[in-house]
Ligand binder design. Structure first.
Ligand code: GLV
Length: 330
């Protein structure tokens, strides 16, 4: 029986599904530093179930020659070197689709919380500082009828655009390397603009681009300087797409009004300057965290692992493989 490592805490019923096909090693809870090195835990394993961590690269693959599949329950896969996996014959899968609407809900909520100063005002209330009603008490920016700027127009970007256009009467502009089909643009009421136009004209910027060497610090000091002082920025993509130090400075100097961040450079560490500015809502990478969605993500990763290792009804045909060519018959 093949052995697999589930390299993250996992739903019991998903572990039970995997146990129908494999000997399953789990990762005890605890700080990652206290665990034996990953290559050691992977010894003798044919597959591994992961999420946005750990890093899977050529060094790890060389140390684990028996590994045949790495299946992630995240949609973003910047922690996995797919090219290196392909050249080692290791199947890689991610979990697209199942988290789109849940993540879009959260991105929208974070944008609204930033625009309407919900967390900042709650902290004020909890601190016992609320003594009167004032016309300008935590007055923020309107969301309805404003201009939504979406940076990255994949599935999640489109779901956010739809919420803005149909639910809140927002004008939607977007920037993406490739333009959407005109019919899709029309259905979303979205207009493609250059990155510079996007930054200059949006009232609320929502960032949803995958992380890569090309998107590293896609929004830094120069880009923030183009934004309106009343604008908000929300990042539900990946840490590193935004230069967090430059953002903290722009927020502190009120060069933009507010931000909502679910992802951070070097997370779970958070840039200390972000912790000291009041006009930012900070959440611990939970945009896809509704229980039904997390369960769907985990089950999709399990489906991929079972199929990639030649088991179950879809043996040899993992549903969301990123490099299915490694399973192609010779
Ligand atoms: C979460 O960040 C994911 O990529 O699924």
């Amino acid at each position: 029986m093949d052995r697999v490592l589930v390299a993250l805490p996992m739903f019991n019923d998903v572990l039970d599904r995997l146990r129908e096909h494999f000997e399953v090693l789990t990762t005890p809870d605890g700080p990652p530093d206290a665990l034996p090195p990953l290559a050691q835990r992977l010894h003798g394993c044919a597959g591994m179930l992961v999420a946005g961590a750990p890093r899977v690269d050529a060094t790890l693959l060389a140390a684990c020659p028996g590994l045949r599949a790495v299946c992630s329950m995240a949609v973003g896969f910047n922690n996995i070197d797919v090219e290196a996996c392909t050249s080692h014959g290791v199947l890689v899968s991610n979990a697209p689709g199942v988290l789109t609407e849940t993540t879009a809900d959260f991105g929208f909520a974070l944008m609204m919380a930033a625009a309407r100063r919900i967390c900042e005002s709650e902290h004020y209330l909890r601190a016992g500082r609320w003594s009167d009603w004032r016309y300008d008490l935590f007055a923020g920016a309107d969301v309805h009828g404003s201009t939504l700027g979406v940076l990255g127009m994949g599935r999640i970007g489109q779901a956010i655009a739809r919420r803005g256009a149909l639910g809140f009467g927002m004008r939607v502009i977007y920037h993406n390397r490739s333009r959407l089909e005109p019919a899709v643009e029309q259905a979303l009421g979205a207009r493609w603009v250059t990155k510079e136009e996007l930054l200059r004209h949006c009232d609320h910027l929502v960032i949803v681009v995958p992380y890569s060497a090309q998107s590293h610090h896609l929004v830094g000091a120069a880009e923030l300087a183009l934004m309106k002082p009343t604008a908000t920025l929300t990042n539900v993509a990946r840490g590193g797409v935004v230069d967090d130090a430059a953002l903290a400075e722009a927020l502190r100097e009120r060069r933009i009004a507010a931000a909502g961040l679910d992802v951070f450079e070097g997370e779970p560490a958070v840039h200390p300057a972000l912790l000291t500015v009041p006009n930012v809502v900070l959440t611990p990478h939970i945009a896809s965290a509704s229980l039904p969605t997390r369960r769907a993500m985990a089950n999709l990763a399990a489906d991929n692992l079972i199929a990639a290792l030649g088991r179950g009804a879809h043996a040899g045909r993992p549903p969301t493989a990123l490099n299915p060519q490694v399973l192609a018959p010779p």
